[in-house]
Design a protein around this ligand. Structure first.
Ligand SMILES: *Cc1c(COP(=O)(O)O)cnc(C)c1O
Length: 432
């Protein structure tokens, strides 16, 4: 280590002891980092090929206002997403407010009264409970006569094939699979496993639609769920595929039929994909998608580093530092609200924006328990940026993600440890 590196970390309030411990942990990660670089390269090439095929030119970078008729940039971006994810079509819009909205539009557009929605990876992400009506809610699918059934994952986080076969009935219209663990302690699902369960479902009834909530999973592997049979993949542009530049937005990529069904729900029957101004988002969406494989790789390195570091300190981490990784989220079971607060304080202190504020737990709309969130982001709430969040509930897991760059992710993790050490909530091992 150069003396100036040590000095700069010191100026950033990292003690020599914490830095040396962190670097010792990093020494064991070189091979995993090389794998991440290789996946990044493959995904970057996929995006570039799709951009070349869509003949992206300067004219696509500017936006439209009002109705947005003939928004050639918007249409080209949708072609780039479809090309990269190997789907017939895509809906990529700033009018999609967030990931939950994208999922709600995909579901509402493709389900009709009397249909049943079947979740096969257990209870969906917290905010979808009200979309579906698992918790009674104004405007839920349930109010429109769409029923809901659920098959939990088995205790080892594998799909319950027998349970799925038993749950499918003549009303089953759409199967929901959530790739990432979200705020639960289960494992994230890999593409191979998702492909196997999709094949199984299609074998029971080929006309059942499969939608994968792809949030946090984009560009983590070299294939997406759409490469293994999903009819629709859905996600947020302030996570992986926005590359840190998209200021808002969501996407739905899939079969033409599914995407059109979603588009008429997003705008209006009869209008579909033809309207919806892109405002000033086209350049940011394109440049962000271009950056996304690289930004996702940086976030993955951060997640892996956090796993290895906290594992070495004796905490349970999901996934652990040797497991294959299928999303950018790292869960660390810290075991107490005090440790969660210190961890989040550290992440916040290292953020590029709002580093001087202290995060506190609050009752977020759509979530059942109070949530503490550390985020100092260029795009408000963007969790591809360095961030940590924790619902205040047993077993006191903190979910860490992001870092647009690897050095900023590294500083965030070291600062989280520094805060824990300073508060005497963690002691470093004697020799490392
Ligand atoms: C983030 C997330 C969502 C919801 O996205 P928002 O943009 O927060 O509305 C849905 N599912 C999963 C798995 C997520 O991680």
């Amino acid at each position: 280590m150069r003396p100036e590196t040590l000095a700069l970390y010191h100026e950033n309030q990292i003690s020599e002891e914490v830095l040396r411990f962190g670097n010792a942990v990093l020494n064991g990660l070189h091979e995993r980092f090389r794998d991440i670089d290789e996946v990044e390269e493959i995904n970057a090439l996929k995006v570039l090929k799709a951009m070349h095929e869509a003949r992206i030119s300067e004219a696509h970078l500017s936006g439209t206002t009002g109705y947005g008729y003939n928004d050639i940039g918007r249409d080209a971006i949708e072609q780039v997403f479809a090309g990269t994810f190997h789907t017939e079509a895509a809906l990529v819009r700033p009018l999609i407010a967030c990931g939950t909205h994208a999922l709600a539009v995909a579901l509402a557009g493709n389900l009709r009264p009397g249909d049943e929605l079947l979740a096969v990876s257990g209870k969906p992400y917290d905010t979808l409970e009200e979309v579906i009506g698992i918790r009674p809610s104004r405007g839920s699918l349930r109010e429109y006569g769409v029923t809901y059934a659920q098959v939990d994952l088995l205790p080892d986080s594998r799909f319950d094939y027998e349970g799925i076969r038993a749950a499918v009935n003549e009303r089953t219209k759409l199967v929901h699979i959530q790739r990432s663990k979200g705020y639960s302690s289960r494992k994230t699902l890999g593409i191979d496993e998702i492909g196997r369960v999709i094949a199984f479902i299609k074998q029971i009834r080929p006309d059942i639609l499969v939608m994968v909530d792809n949030c946090y999973g984009e560009f983590v592997e070299t294939r997406e769920p759409s490469d293994v049979g999903a009819d629709m993949i859905v996600g947020s542009l302030i996570k992986n595929p926005g590359g840190g530049l998209a200021p808002i937005g969501g996407y739905i990529a899939g079969t033409r039929e599914c995407v059109e069904n979603a588009a008429v729900r997003l705008t209006s029957p009869g209008l579909g994909q033809e309207v919806g101004a892109s405002l000033n988002c086209n350049r940011l969406f394109l440049q962000g998608f271009f950056n996304a494989p690289t930004v996702t790789a940086a976030a993955l390195k951060g997640a892996l580093f956090a796993a290895a570091l906290y594992e070495r300190l004796g905490f349970t981490v999901i996934p652990d530092s040797r497991e294959a990784r299928y999303d950018i989220i790292q869960a660390v079971t810290l075991g107490s609200p005090e440790r969660i607060a210190a961890f989040c304080r550290g992440i916040q202190k290292a953020a590029p924006v709002d580093a001087h504020v202290t995060p506190e737990a609050w009752d977020m709309p759509g979530y059942e328990d109070p949530v503490i969130m550390a985020a100092g982001a260029f795009v408000s709430g963007a969790s591809i940026e360095l961030s940590a969040d924790a619902p205040i509930r047993e077993p006191y897991n903190v979910y860490f993600q992001g870092g647009l760059t690897w050095p900023s992710a590294k500083l965030g993790i070291l600062t989280s440890l520094q805060c824990l050490v300073d508060d005497h909530l963690v002691t470093l091992p004697g020799n490392f």
